[in-house]
Each structure stands twice: as structure tokens, then as C-alpha cells.
Design a protein around this ligand. Structure first.
Ligand code: ADP
Ligand code: MG
Length: 283
């Protein structure tokens, strides 16, 4: 089981979760990403769909920041905006103090779909190719780095396999290795484990926490699963249903997979559920 990764947040395990945007826990790290009053829209021929409204959040170096909300609340859209694929109609997104104006190798996305790997490339080629193109590495160097990260996700033995011969979980590991090999400033993950069976999903969550600890990653992780948000995240931004607005921000650094059976964990699940659904209906 992964060690409890709380090093950056030396807060007692019993610390009470604040109700509204919390005072930040001791500033051990730098602000990396800032979303300021971000409104995102899609323009179709018939109408304008507002995906998020006035969403603000800050991600600090070393955070495991989770965007949590029901399907359709704009989580993927927010992630795409951070990745630089869509531009806000209002507000801004800044990385290291610079406004995000397009995609860049400092932000790599891992998606939910198993088909994000070109099927005509081997596992090794899948991981090495972006290093050659985006990082301008030579063949030998790219190969070496690719093998290093494949080893990190336990797939070094499958370097010469083709994606179609791998299970869903293994494909996701390749996608994660490919992203890690690029050494992005922030790793963006859009429900990366949602299509996996429950056991594999648990194992992958555990592995991700281990990788986060080893590689000192910063994660921006999207999920609609409250349990997953509590396990994976150290901070959680709750979004309301369509269009997504900020409902609350919570600390969740005290939970790991070992917590799931505990009363305190279940209380947090129930409280988030209330915040997301019941109070929304009441209003
Ligand atoms: P989530 O990831 O939280 O499930 P999305 O970000 O995918 O939500 O979608 C937010 C809203 O934007 C939804 O109402 C969805 O229908 C709409 N939407 C998403 N993609 C498009 C698109 N390409 N064109 C028009 N509307 C879209
Ligand atoms: Mg989505």
C-alpha cells in the first residue's frame, strides 16, 4: 500500500475540513496554475452552450488537485482549457504567471479512452515518439527515457508489444508512462481510470500515488467519483451541475485507500454528496 503522501501538507490527520475555500495549508510550495473567473462556452450552429461559469482555483506545486462534479458539469472542458485546446470567453488561465494561449509540452493530458495510443507503434515507440518530436531527443536518448518510465509503470517487459495485445489497465499505464516521460509541469488526467474494472482501478490509483511521490508530480485530476476524488486528491474543487460553478473547495490529503472503510471517510463522502446534489435541489 502506498505511504500516505502528506509530506507537503503537515496537517494533523484529524484536522477538520473547512466548509468553504480554506486558508491554504502552510506554503511549502509555489503557485503553478491559476484559473481566474473562467467561463467556457461551446458555440454550435443553433446555440451557445455554457460549460463552466466563473470558475477560479489555484494549483500549487506538488498538489493532487481534483475537479469533482457530476457528468456534464464542464470538468473535461476545464481540463481542455488548461491544456490550451480551448480559450475562455471570460477569465484567464495562467501557468507560472503566463497566460495559457495554446497547447504545450508543459501540460500533458491522459484521457479515459483506451485508444489514445497509435496502434501501429509498439509500446516503446508510443512513449519515445513524443520525446523525439516535442523534446527533440535523439533516438538513443528517447529510447532510454521511454524504457525508464515504462519500468516505473511495470511495463518494461512489454516494450515491444503492440497496444492491441494489452489489457485496458496496461494501455492506461503506457499512456501514463508516455505523459511522465515528457516531464510536464502539470499532468492533466481526465477520468483516466473510469473505464477500468474496480480492482484494476484501485491498483492504478495506488500506483498513481506512488508515482506522484517518487516523481514529485503536480496533478490536475478529473473524476465524477467522490471516493476516487478523496483517495487521489489532496484538494478537491466541487463543481455544480451544468454549467459548472465552484460549489466548495475541500482538503482531502488525509485519505488513502486504507481509509475507505472508515467512518470519517464515509462522513466525507456523505457530506460531498449533500453539497453536490441535495443542497443543489433545495435551492
Ligand atoms: P464533464 O466532463 O463534466 O462530463 P464536459 O466538459 O464534457 O462535462 O461538458 C460540459 C458541457 O458542455 C455539457 O453540457 C456538454 O454537453 C457540453 N459540451 C461538451 N463538448 C461539447 C461540444 N464539442 N459542443 C457542444 N457542447 C459540448
Ligand atoms: Mg468529462
Amino acid at each position: 500500500m502506498a505511504a500516505i503522501p502528506t509530506a507537503l501538507y503537515p496537517v494533523p490527520a484529524q484536522a477538520k475540513e473547512p466548509e468553504t475555500p480554506p486558508e491554504r495549508v502552510p506554503a511549502a510550495s509555489e503557485k503553478l496554475l491559476a484559473a481566474k473567473n473562467v467561463t467556457l462556452e461551446y458555440r454550435t450552429r443553433e446555440r451557445i452552450v455554457r460549460a463552466t461559469h466563473d470558475v477560479s482555483f489555484d494549483v500549487y506545486d506538488g498538489d493532487r488537485f481534483v475537479l469533482l462534479g457530476p457528468s456534464g458539469c464542464g470538468k473535461s472542458t476545464l481540463l481542455k482549457a488548461v491544456a490550451g485546446f480551448i480559450e475562455p470567453v471570460a477569465g484567464s488561465i495562467e501557468l507560472d504567471g503566463e497566460v495559457v494561449r495554446g497547447p504545450g509540452a508543459d501540460r500533458i493530458v491522459v484521457f479515459q479512452e483506451f485508444d489514445q495510443l497509435p496502434p501501429w507503434k509498439t509500446v516503446l515507440q508510443n512513449v519515445a515518439f513524443p520525446l523525439r518530436v516535442a523534446r527533440k531527443m535523439g533516438r538513443a536518448e528517447a529510447r532510454e527515457r521511454a524504457l525508464h518510465y515504462l519500468d516505473k509503470v511495470g511495463l518494461a517487459r512489454f516494450a515491444d508489444a503492440y497496444p492491441h495485445t494489452l489489457s485496458g489497465g496496461m494501455k492506461q499505464r503506457v499512456a501514463i508512462a508516455r505523459a511522465l516521460a515528457m516531464q510536464p509541469r502539470v499532468l492533466l488526467m481526465d477520468e483516466p481510470f473510469a473505464a477500468l474494472d474496480a480492482l484494476t482501478r484501485r491498483r492504478m490509483q495506488e500506483e498513481l500515488l506512488r508515482l506522484w511521490d517518487e516523481a514529485k508530480l503536480t496533478l490536475l485530476f478529473v473524476t465524477h467519483s467522490i471516493e476516487e476524488a478523496l483517495i487521489v486528491g489532496n484538494r478537491i474543487l466541487l463543481l455544480t451541475p451544468h454549467p459548472g460553478r465552484v460549489r466548495a473547495e475541500l482538503n482531502s490529503h488525509q485519505y488513502t485507500q486504507d481509509s475507505t472503510g472508515r467512518y470519517e471517510f464515509q462522513q466525507s463522502v456523505a457530506r460531498i454528496h449533500r453539497l453536490l446534489f441535495e443542497e443543489e435541489i433545495a435551492r
